[in-house]
Design a protein around this ligand. Structure first.
Ligand SMILES: *Cc1c(COP(=O)(O)O)cnc(C)c1O
Length: 388
């Protein structure tokens, strides 16, 4: 089976994990701090809080911005459900902004229109969560200036995007956002088994999130007088969202390969672009010149708005052992969200995208030969009849 994406583990990754198994600490300890420091210096940011998943990271980032009942969060509908669930965890309400047809990221034009309407109705969002789809940054400079104009905060869902760049800054530097969340799930660019990290330049958010990931407990900056050297305080209602030492050790080791992985993914993407070049019924992904994409996903689009051809190719590839996928089912279509009363008609670009897109295999172990085979499968008409 050839998946759309997967981890690549080297011997030194395995060694770094087994070393921890023989050490004193198994869960959050000195290696987690080392990993946080390594990510901080890699993306050039002041604070990093490692957690057990990007989902947890999104949750505590929202909490540290004070998100609660009565507040509103906006995100992109073409994302994994976690981008929206974090708002509901905080009892806030959620809404979606349609996507840009080219980048599949949040559409700035749609956002401006929605903000203008929301302002009139006094229903402006407290937080906007742009999703860097497939590893390509959203238009952060524009988002940032809108955030100043309309008074919202920004959390980047950069689950796909560690190692990517926007206007020569590494994604995660938070130059244009309050916080940025990465995922280290095995299908993403580098892995820590499960895991995630939140970056921020706010000292206050950094220390709040560090407490929230471990029950809201702090070991300094006490509100009451210390009872003795054993003393600790729970100052907020936190969770057990800690990253383990084993996970952090794998992350540290994988981080060393990150640039290599991204180079390889970009090379493979360029090769796919070339192989699809003369295929008139398919659009290949576009990367804007402000961006270095990580190519977590390679999403092609069938130009036909009738999904029949795309669906046929999907089934054919799955049948032959290629685990292609569709990223994503628009979140508002999920039964849990549909009952909140969303209307498909409000998201024409996302709807169109959903009928046309397919993610084909792209990860460091794909060979050029496999790419040729994949492209051939996609572009060969059904049987001998060119029915499409
Ligand atoms: C994978 C993913 C998440 C969740 O990441 P976990 O680490 O599995 O919690 C959130 N948002 C997006 C866009 C993702 O792709």
């Amino acid at each position: 089976m050839i998946p759309y994406s997967k981890q690549k583990i080297f011997k030194d990754d395995i060694d770094s994990v087994t070393k921890i198994l023989k050490s004193d600490y198994l869960t959050q300890g000195p290696v987690v701090i080392d990993f946080e420091n390594a990510v901080k210096s890699y993306v050039n940011v002041d604070h990093a809080v490692a957690v057990n998943s990007a989902t947890s990271g999104l949750h505590i980032a929202c909490l540290s911005l004070g998100l609660s009942k009565g507040d509103i969060v906006w995100t992109s509908p073409i994302s994994f459900v976690a981008s929206a669930n974090c708002a509901l965890y905080c009892n806030a309400s959620i809404d979606f902004v349609d996507i840009d047809q080219k980048t599949f990221n949040i559409s700035i034009e749609a956002l401006i229109l929605k903000l203008e309407n929301a302002k009139k109705q006094k229903k402006l969002p407290k937080i906007v969560i742009p999703v860097h789809m497939a590893g390509q940054s959203s238009d952060m400079e524009k988002l940032f200036s809108l955030s100043k104009k309309y008074g919202f905060k920004i959390i980047e869902d950069a689950s796909h995007a560690i190692g990517g760049e926007y206007k020569s800054n590494k994604i995660g530097s938070c130059k244009y956002s309050d916080a940025c969340v990465f995922s280290f799930h095995p299908v993403k660019i580098i892995t820590t088994f499960e895991g995630g990290i939140v970056t921020t330049n706010s000292k206050e958010m950094g220390s709040q999130m560090a407490a929230l990931r471990s029950h809201g407990i702090v070991t300094n900056g006490f509100k009451d007088k210390s009872d003795g050297p054993w003393y600790y305080e729970q100052q907020s209602l936190g969770f057990n969202y800690r990253m383990s030492e084993v996970e952090a050790a794998l992350g540290l080791s994988q981080l060393k390969k990150l640039d290599r992985f991204i180079k390889k993914r970009n090379k493979l993407a360029i090769n796919y672009n070339m192989l699809f070049k003369n295929i008139d019924f398919i659009d290949t992904p576009e990367v804007l010149n402000t961006n270095l994409s990580t190519f977590h996903l390679y999403v092609i689009r069938f130009k036909d708005e009738n999904p029949e051809h795309r669906n046929y190719i999907f089934k054919k590839m799955r049948d032959e052992g290629y685990f292609v996928n569709i990223h994503y089912i628009p979140i508002y279509r999920q039964p849990y969200y549909a009952k909140l009363g969303f209307n498909k008609k409000d998201f024409p670009n996302a709807e169109k995208y959903y009928l046309q897109a397919i993610s084909i295999p792209l990860h460091p172990d794909i060979t050029r030969k496999e790419q040729q085979k994949i492209v051939k499968m996609i572009t060969t008409p059904k049987g001998n009849q060119a029915i499409f």
